[in-house]
Structures are given as structure tokens and as C-alpha cells.
Design a protein around this ligand. Structure first.
Ligand SMILES: [Zn+2]
Length: 166
């Protein structure tokens, strides 16, 4: 899979499908980014609240890759509302939001750190990796491309001259 592949809008396809579609294109992008960054993870832990798409046991991080339309990414242009049957859609969206919030609360209660990656963000490997990395107090050195700003970027980039083992 190419990392340059855009996270294409899946709204049309997913209108026909289920909300929690497994192995969606955005999810595959996120997995790919995490894999390249050296994270170890497991998929679709049904025993955890909300069945997180990706679980990183070492970091106690539970990642959801959310479709912007279904899960209502605030302020996102993909978060449209169909004109017809608005009541139906709004009720459906409200249930999704409620379910997501309940899953996140339950995960936190169990000591997990929930991380939400929105569909429109899934193609940005660096963003994905940094968000998951931030989910843990431990700041790790990650084999990312060089930082845009030399020096400090949330303390993440490695000091120059020291090889990043991979
Ligand atoms: Zn979005």
C-alpha cells in the first residue's frame, strides 16, 4: 500500500455498509503507519469496550479509526447530514456518538488510553504515529522523517548525530 494514497471519502460506500466496518481503507492506512514506525499492535479486541480497531498492549493504547461521517468528526467537511430523513440520521448519529463516548469512558476506567484517529487524518502517517506516541507518557524515539523544525517538536525528535536504531 502506498502511504501517499489519500484517505478517500468512504461516505458513499459506507452508506450501504455497517458503521463499524472492519479493515476499512483508513484503518489499513493507520495500521501501515504504525507498523512502519515499529509499533506492535493487535486488532479488533472484542473483549474491550467498543472493540478498538487497533490495540497497543505495551502502551495500553486503544485506537479507533473513525469514519468522519458516521462518528461525526467535529468541523470536518465530511461530516455532512443527509437532507432527507434528517430525523432518522440525527438519531442514528446521536446513538453513534453516545456509543463512542461510552466506549472511551469504559476504556479509561480499565486503564486504557483511547486514541481516536479520524478517517480524514488516516493518510497522514506522521500525525497518526505522533498521536499514538503521545498516548503514552514515555516519549520514544521514532523512525520518522526529520522534523520540520530543527530542535524541538514536542520533545520527540532525536538529537542529531545519534543513529535511530531500526
Ligand atoms: Zn474528518
Amino acid at each position: 500500500m502506498s502511504e501517499d494514497e489519500p484517505a478517500v471519502p468512504l461516505v458513499r460506500a459506507r452508506l450501504m455498509g455497517r458503521v463499524r466496518q472492519k479493515n476499512s481503507a483508513p484503518e489499513l492506512l493507520v495500521r501501515s503507519a504504525l507498523h512502519r514506525a515499529g509499533f506492535r499492535f493487535r486488532l479488533h479486541r472484542r473483549d474491550l469496550p467498543g472493540t478498538p480497531d487497533i490495540v497497543l498492549p505495551a502502551r495500553s493504547a486503544a485506537v479507533f479509526v473513525h469514519g468522519c461521517f458516521w462518528h461525526r468528526h467535529p468541523g470536518c467537511r465530511r461530516t455532512t447530514t443527509p437532507k432527507t430523513r434528517a430525523d432518522f440520521w440525527n438519531a442514528k448519529f446521536a446513538r453513534n456518538i453516545e456509543r463512542d463516548a461510552a466506549a472511551i469512558a469504559a476504556l479509561e476506567e480499565q486503564g486504557w488510553t483511547p486514541v481516536v484517529i479520524w478517517e480524514c487524518e488516516a493518510g497522514d502517517a506522521e500525525l497518526v504515529v505522533s498521536r499514538v506516541a503521545r498516548s503514552d507518557a514515555e516519549v520514544r524515539r521514532l523512525p520518522l522523517s526529520p522534523p520540520a523544525e530543527p530542535g524541538r517538536d514536542r520533545g520527540r525528535p532525536p538529537p542529531r548525530g545519534r543513529a535511530v536504531a531500526d
